[in-house]
Design a protein around this ligand. Structure first.
Ligand code: FES
Length: 88
């Protein structure tokens, strides 16, 4: 990753093995991978993505090891299982 010397962290997103850098949030790790849709609206099914990136809007809800979390405030960990979705 272009001069980034941080340790590599492996996790899965929607069952696919992916890689991030230690210290990244789940949101930023997925953004770097080109993953923009973290969930779909329960109201109209529209795709939702990172919006505020500071834990305020709840647009980035996803599931990490079965728990609903905000991707923008959750640090990626080695072996983590991340799934799209979560409550609105
Ligand atoms: S993007 Fe707003 S809470 Fe995560």
């Amino acid at each position: 990753m272009n001069g980034d010397r941080r340790a590599s962290v492996g996790f899965t997103f929607a069952g696919r093995a992916v890689e991030a850098r230690a210290g990244d949030t789940v949101a930023m790790a997925l953004w770097r991978l080109g993953e923009r849709t973290l969930r779909h609206s329960s109201r109209d099914g529209a795709p939702r993505a990172v919006f505020c990136n500071m834990g305020v809007c709840y647009e980035c809800l996803c599931r990490v090891d079965g728990a609903v979390v905000r991707a923008c405030t959750t640090l990626v960990q080695d072996g983590m299982r991340v799934e799209p979705g979560g409550r609105p």
